[in-house]
Design a protein around this ligand. Structure first.
Ligand SMILES: C[S@@+](CC[C@H](N)C(=O)[O-])C[C@H]1O[C@@H](n2cnc3c(N)ncnc32)[C@H](O)[C@@H]1O
Length: 298
């Protein structure tokens, strides 16, 4: 491949974070980011610069490539290397009922109020990884409103992880926050074959819960959002994004919520200036859209 070819995209070459280290912006890295945007629609400039550069540099070195241009050629030639790139840049760590005290608040405070309306809810797990979060939502909704057909959307950038999510299979570690009675109620368990028992995917979400979740590939930084959500969970995803990318995303989430819909964020995340976007914060980590949300269109 001609590494010096010109690539025409809407890419501006601008890293939109305040804390930019210009020494990392070498010509081959700038070229790589532009080429990747054209290939995949992923704008690496919207991720934290030093963290992303370090992760990708590890991949360049692992393959013994001279620079990011040669690395891009490898990704073009080998789909399996492209899958590794996606896996490395996104970080898929998750578990069911991650930060259980926050899920308890969702179950005991936020959702019961929403369910008073006696209509099915529309909820979205944005950046759902291998499915632990949307299945947690499906389990809680089943407990609170058995038989009600809620809409549960679950999206992620990474197609490979979504295939795993659809299978709904988890390890002992993934389900460690769940009580034995609920494991029995919501999972089919297969016996351990010995060895690394903690890491075997022996717990399969029962079909009746699995089929309630609609998985779909989506880039939160580029693609259109659906609207009319009662609840959006976006947890432990924006930690990799620049402040600009985060701000825009929160405004787009506000637009996708119904008036009085709630955005549920991760245990280390805060929305600074949430009132300006049109949110109130009834409980820490839960942001409720007010009727007059100052949100932007998706
Ligand atoms: C650490 S996991 C969080 C999983 C889950 N929300 C939780 O809290 O346990 C982060 C997920 O964000 C996804 N992600 C990263 N960038 C994304 C983007 N631009 N659009 C959609 N998903 C993205 C990754 O693929 C990964 O699965």
């Amino acid at each position: 491949m001609d590494s010096d070819r010109k690539i025409e995209t809407q890419y501006t070459g601008a890293v939109n974070s305040a804390s930019v280290d210009s020494s990392l912006e070498t010509p081959d890295y700038v070229w790589f980011k532009q080429a990747m945007l054209k290939k995949s629609g992923i704008d690496l400039n919207q991720y934290k610069q030093a963290q992303m550069h370090r992760r990708l540099m590890g991949l360049v070195e692992r393959l013994g490539c001279r620079d990011f241009k040669e690395y891009f050629d490898r990704l073009e030639a080998k789909p399996e290397e492209y899958a590794i790139f996606l896996d490395r840049m996104t970080i898929n760590v998750s578990e069911l009922f991650r930060n259980p005290e926050k899920w308890r608040e969702l179950e005991e405070v936020i959702l019961p109020e929403m369910l008073k309306g006696k209509r099915p809810l529309k909820v979205w797990s944005a950046g759902c990884s291998y499915g632990a979060e949307p299945y947690t939502l499906a389990i809680i909704l089943d407990k609170l409103s058995p038989g009600v057909k809620h809409t549960i959307d679950a999206t992620d950038l990474d197609r490979t992880i979504l295939e795993r999510a659809k299978a709904g299979r988890f390890t002992q570690v993934d389900i460690k926050q769940i009580k034995p009675a609920e494991i029995a109620r919501y999972f089919n368990e297969t016996p351990s074959s010995g060895g690394m028992a903690d890491l075997e995917m022996r717990f399969e979400v029962k079909e009746e819960i699995r089929r309630r979740v609609n998985f779909q590939q989506q880039n939160l930084l580029a693609d259109r959002f659906s609207e009319g959500y009662d609840l959006i969970c976006c947890r432990n995803v924006v930690i990799y994004f620049t402040d600009d990318a985060k701000d825009k995303l929160y405004k787009r989430f506000a637009s996708s919520l119904k008036p009085s819909g709630v955005l549920f964020v991760g245990g280390t995340e805060r929305i600074f200036g949430y009132q300006d976007i049109g949110f109130t914060m009834p409980v820490p980590f839960f942001y409720r859209r007010t009727g007059s949300a100052n949100a932007v269109a998706a």
